[in-house]
Design a protein around this ligand. Sequence first.
Ligand SMILES: [Mg+2]
Length: 364
Amino acid sequence: MFKISKINCINIGLPLIDTIHMSNVTMTKSNSIIIRIQNNYGEIGWGEAAASLSMTGESAPGMIAAINFITENITGKDIEDIEDIYKLIATSVYGNFAAKSAIEMALIDLLGINQKKSFYQLIGKKIRHELPIIWRISGSEKEIQNALEKRDEGFIAFKIKVGAQDLSYDLKRAENLRKKLGDGIQLTADANGGYCPKDAITFSKKSHSVGLDYFEQPVAGTDLYTMKHCNKISNIPISADEGIHTMHDLHKHYQMKAAEGGSLKLIKFGSITSLIQATKYMEEKKMHINISGKAGDSSISAAAIGNISMVLSKLDWYSNVSIQYLGDDIIKVPHQIINGKLKVTEGYGLGLTVDEEKLEYYKI
Ligand SMILES: [Mg+2]
């Protein structure tokens, strides 16, 4: 058992190698909230969550306010196991799932360090050793050349960000990429909810013929009727991302046949316990599963996604991390992606050492 002694919250922006063009946002650098929690033994745990107004509606100042509020209420509390952490955070504040997920991540990391266990040992049983990572294709001038290089390195899954340009241009991009990359890879498109219903339906109709394997979030997360229509007329599965934040959302998509799979993120579900519960539901309903961070996340988030991915029995739409697009990272030995697979550093908790000088340097 340990006591929560001190919580720090740091707002950072990391450089990206290339600008990311999505339907609703253009990113030139990341924006993440980093959490540092110290216990009464002087041990330190780390957590991270992206500030994403387009995904969760939480801004960095709003997350900081929520974290300060939670900090006041949980400092001095005793933690014995993961159940204590879940109960403490789930009831700490209404909503604010990204803020809560960052604190939860740091507390689980700290629990692992304190109990000399890996993060994954605290949340489940290690089932998979290989963690294929999706390569994101987001509108850079060299996107085809980069994708070919990544395929040759060993990446087996690619996701094209669509919706920032004209519909026919995006369909052509998908067709070209399938031709160049060949049939042996998983190729998907993600509109991040950016198409109007008419364009979403047109894209869905043509998605199979241009060589896509599934199509993610064609319209806004709240428009389940158009999602259902897209899923009905498309010859490939429709995936939900922005539309799924809770078990209720997931159940509704399943019931309405509005999606056949989805992308799950900690910043949406607010806790690892809830996210794993969602994957069990999806597996039971034969839905496809992807676990994902947010564009621009550092190695802290990547380590958590890697550990969660290791314990899931189904992960047929693979995992997304962002460290491969970062110009710099904040941990001393950054995680590696080798042959398109994430290598998770073994150690207690998340098994990472944060470079606090860099953290200071990238502070916003
Ligand atoms: Mg998505």
